[in-house]
Structures are given as C-alpha cells and as structure tokens.
Ligand binder design. Structure first.
Ligand SMILES: NC(=O)c1ccc[n+]([C@@H]2O[C@H](COP(=O)([O-])OP(=O)(O)OC[C@H]3O[C@@H](n4cnc5c(N)ncnc54)[C@H](O)[C@@H]3O)[C@@H](O)[C@H]2O)c1
Ligand SMILES: [Zn+2]
Length: 275
C-alpha cells in the first residue's frame, strides 16, 4: 500500500490535500471523535454533561457569551500556540519536488496549514476559521481578523471580560465558523475560497491528481465524501491516511496509521526513488 501511495505521489501533477481534525493530532491537538474524545480534551464539559454539538452552537453568544467565548477563546489560544508537525512539511516537499499545483481543503478551523506556510489563496476552509470574526447578529456582512486576547478560566471554561465586540452594533461578536444549528454564519469568505478551489479543479482537468486525505472522520463526513467525489474523476487517486477509519474502495489507497507516521513512511519511499 505504501509503495502504491509513493508511486501515485511521484507521478502527481496536482495535489489536493483534504484534512480533518486527525491531521492536527500529531501536533498535540485533540480531535473530537466521539463524546469521550471531546470530554477527554475538555473535562469541564464532561462535568456539565455537554457534548461538542451542544457547546458549538451560536445561541450561546447571545444567551451566555462568557460560556461561548470560554470554548472558542480557549481553542483560539490553543491553535495560536500550536506548532504544525513535520507531516505538513512533507506534503509541501512533495508539491515542490513535482513542481505541482495544489489546493488544501479542510474542515479544520485551526489555521494550521497557513501556519505551516501554505498559501492563503490555496486553502478552502469548509467550516470557516477561528482566526476570523463576525457579528453574532449579522448587523453587517463584515468578516475581520481575530486579533483578540482571551483569558479563560479552565475550571469553569468561562471567558473573562472584556469579550470581543462587533465594532458596528457593540454586541459580542463570534468566530466566523459554521456551528451546529447555525443560521447566522457569514459564508462569503468560505464561498470565495470554494470558487478558487473549483477553478483549480477545472484548470487541472486531465492532469494526474493525488488526493491525500488525512484524519477525516465519519461522524461529519463532509471531507471524506469530497475526497471520494474527486476520486471519481479520471487520472485521480485518493490516499486515505487515518488511524482508526482508513477504509476506502480500490483503486484508492488506504493507509491505516497516524498522519505523521503514514506520511513519513510514504516519504521514505518517495525520496528513495528520486535519489
Ligand atoms: N482542529 C480543528 O479545527 C477541529 C478539531 C476538532 C473538530 N473540528 C470540527 O469538528 C468537526 C470534526 O470532524 P472531523 O472529521 O474533522 O474530526 P473527528 O474528530 O470526527 O474525526 C477525526 C478523524 O481523525 C482520525 N484520527 C485521529 N487521530 C489521528 C491521527 N493521529 N492521524 C490520522 N488520523 C487520525 C480518526 O480516526 C477520525 O476518523 C469538523 O467539522 C471540524 O470543523 C475542528
Ligand atoms: Zn453587529
């Protein structure tokens, strides 16, 4: 399997990297796999008996903004302080070696690909980004960069004052992320990225494409379905790297391992042939 993956990568003229929360695990970030994954990462919510879906709803920003920013402020700090693991750089190395075109599609809101030096205009963040803000009441369509500082009490998971405000209406603002039961997410930023991605796909029609999917789960299968849909195109092979849910139908390739370990193993083979 690793040899077939290496051969696909050696020949690729365009790379599509599709990533879920599992991509960040080897950088020390939690995935939210199952209730227990979420509660292990956030014991305060286990004590309150609240699931990920119950914490990640826009209503908290109007009903209890200190609670809402407790969750998102903590995550903002965490993602700001995280150093992307070597796997991010192995992928970049392959793109550069092949002088290939590329695009990243991710449901992660953590900004780790930008941090690892991927070009901002080659990233499609399906669910938005924690590093951008918007008004909770949609009083206007502005989306602005999150430069706020967050102080969060880790026992109660509540944010301390001051909370970030919408400069127009003065209400507490929220991250520009698609949440559960969310009717107020401003999609313009993500939509523009989606258009750029579709343009990339059109430009690369007929080229040999490698879709490298990493750490995308089945609970919210958006990334997995997208990889599989792209995999129907001609000259396209999907390599699915996932420690717990690696299955994908042949001729696509399943790598049952963690992101970093899987990428390193494949890289050894890719580099060998190029020497
Ligand atoms: N970092 C983030 O931005 C972040 C983190 C958690 C959740 N979310 C949000 O929650 C939703 C979660 O969906 P999801 O499918 O991305 O995550 P998920 O937590 O449901 O699933 C994670 C997947 O990664 C796999 N995995 C775990 N550790 C791995 C590793 N070391 N290497 C490779 N694979 C590994 C698991 O088997 C699983 O299939 C998304 O919509 C996303 O917006 C975002
Ligand atoms: Zn406003």
């Amino acid at each position: 399997m690793h040899e077939r993956a290496a051969s696909t990568i050696r020949k690729a003229e365009a790379f599509i990297i599709t990533a879920g929360a599992g991509m960040g695990v080897d950088s020390g970030l939690p995935d939210f796999r199952g209730e227990h994954g979420f509660w292990n990462a956030y014991p305060a919510y286990a004590r309150l008996g609240l699931s990920f879906a119950e914490c990640a709803t826009p209503q908290h920003f109007s009903n209890d903004p200190h609670f809402a920013w407790g969750f998102y402020g903590h995550r903002t700090n965490l993602y700001r302080n995280t150093i992307p693991h070597d796997g991010f750089y192995i992928l970049r190395k392959w793109i550069e070696r092949n002088n290939a075109d590329y695009f990243v599609v991710t449901s992660n809101v953590d900004g780790q690909f930008q941090k690892a030096g991927y070009a901002d205009d080659r990233i499609y963040e399906l669910h938005g980004s924690i590093h951008w803000l918007q008004c909770q009441a949609r009083c206007n369509n502005a989306i602005w960069s999150n430069e706020e500082v967050f102080l969060v009490d880790e026992t109660s998971m509540r944010a301390r004052d001051p909370l970030p405000l919408c400069p127009k209406c003065g209400k507490v603002c929220r991250p520009n992320i698609f949440m559960f039961g969310d009717w107020s997410w401003l999609q313009e930023r993500s939509r523009a990225q989606s258009s750029a991605f579709n343009l990339f796909l059109r430009k690369n029609t007929g080229r040999r494409k490698a879709v490298i999917e990493i750490g995308a789960g089945t609970a919210i299968p958006t990334i997995r379905s997208l990889s599989e849909r792209i995999g129907w195109k001609k000259h396209t092979t999907v390599i699915r790297i996932n420690s717990r849910e690696p299955l994908i139908r042949s001729p696509h390739i399943s790598i049952p391992s963690g992101a970093l370990e899987g990428l390193r193993c494949i890289d050894e083979l890719v580099s060998m042939k190029l020497m």
